[in-house]
Design a protein around this ligand. Structure first.
Ligand code: SF4
Length: 380
């Protein structure tokens, strides 16, 4: 993976001495630096370039988060089965550029890649929330508005977060990534409280659609290294992409993945369909005219997103579930942003409440999992 190098570093006045700023300046000594006033972004623009969204990714802005950090995952949309996942963002925007990335719509017209300097505020907020409910098991991820680890060599946030989570029994931290930037993790002690997860697509898709990410082989090698260092792993086959030859491509991807690592130390695997809003489809057409992802059989769903035609995506879910059963029978499986009827078709039943999926992922019960997988494979 090519290391991230911004075109410019912008530091909000007053944040010059923040730990993360000092770390980044030490890592990127040759990048021009400017100190800017609070609110600078509102007047800024990169619209003079051919691809303003890509240009914004290369302009690194250090600022403070002035609202709260902890949020419910936006995937918890009415009508869809929810897994009660919480997210925190220290980074807003991503150095990579997947053709299907929702940030192209969510952060459209955004002139920067923003880093929040007040990590201690995030830790205090998290500590208060988690310690207030010692009986509840939390799952918290940092990969909502960016890749969790792609900037870790520059920012070093893993060194702030992992020790904090390692001290707590009732919370799992998930780093979700398509990078191979794991060196910072290898020197920390995760004490079983940190899941490092990779989003996987067959190489013929990731090479063409996931621009700037680590190759499939590099992701697997990184997974093997963090597992050896004591981290739990997760894998997300999300988005699942339908293309000619998808069955061979995904079978090979699943088999190679689970032969490279120990499936007994995998915390979860998720499946999710490609889902695109009309605005995102329009942006993809403009920014990635060669993409193959707009040509499959897709339909507009009740939540306003285009997804692969239901019969086909159920077939894909069942097919992958059967292979996962073959290679990693005990691993808890769930689907992201799917309806209860689709859960029933794939796993034989839908969760009875939104806490059920969360409980399974935090404290998996192997027999329940076996039952679910059996139901899904026998009806395939
Ligand atoms: S890695 Fe994730 S956040 Fe980054 S561009 Fe790809 S989909 Fe978007």
């Amino acid at each position: 993976m090519t290391p991230y190098k911004p075109s410019e570093i912008l530091i909000e006045r007053g944040e010059e001495n923040a730990r993360v700023v000092q770390r980044a300046l030490a890592q990127l000594p040759e990048v021009p630096v400017r100190v800017v006033d609070k609110g600078w972004e509102r007047q800024a623009s990169v619209s003079d370039t051919a691809d303003p969204f890509a240009a914004g990714k290369r302009r690194l802005l250090f600022t403070r988060q002035r609202s709260t950090f902890l949020e419910h995952c936006p995937a918890g949309t009415p009508g869809l089965v929810c897994c009660n996942y919480l997210v925190v963002s220290l980074v807003s925007n991503c150095p990579m550029d997947c053709s299907y990335c929702f940030l192209q719509e969510y952060l459209a017209n955004n002139p920067t890649l923003k880093i929040f300097t007040n990590v201690d505020d995030l830790l205090s907020e998290l500590g208060a929330a988690v310690d207030r409910h010692p009986w509840r098991q939390f799952r918290i991820g940092t990969g909502e508005l960016s890749d969790s680890l792609a900037l870790d060599p520059v920012l070093g946030f893993s060194g702030d977060l992992v020790p904090f989570f390692a001290r707590r029994k009732n919370v799992l931290l998930e780093f979700k990534t398509k990078s191979d930037c794991v060196d910072g993790l290898l020197v920390l002690d995760p004490k079983d409280r940190v899941v490092v997860s990779w989003t996987l697509t067959p190489p013929e898709i990731s090479d063409k659609e996931e621009h700037g990410t680590a190759s499939f082989s590099a992701r697997l090698e990184a997974a093997r290294r963090v597992q050896a260092a004591g981290y739990k792993l997760g894998f997300h086959f999300d988005p699942l992409i339908e293309y000619p030859g998808w069955e061979e491509g995904y079978r090979d991807t699943v088999m190679r993945t689970f032969s490279a690592i120990d499936p007994r130390r995998v915390a979860w695997v998720s499946l999710g369909s490609l889902r695109l809003t009309p605005a995102l489809r329009a942006t993809m057409r403009q920014r990635f005219p060669q993409t193959r992802l707009l040509s499959g059989e897709q339909i507009l769903c009740a939540d306003g997103k285009w997804r692969t035609f239901q019969a086909l995506r159920v077939k894909m879910y069942r097919t992958l579930t059967a292979w996962l059963k073959e290679t990693a029978a005990q691993v808890p499986l769930y689907m992201c942003m799917e309806t209860a009827p689709v859960w029933e078709k794939v796993f034989g039943r839908a969760p009875t409440c939104d806490k059920e999926v969360a409980r399974m992922l935090v404290a998996p019960h192997p027999l329940d999992h076996e039952k679910n997988v059996h139901a899904s494979t026998s009806s395939a």
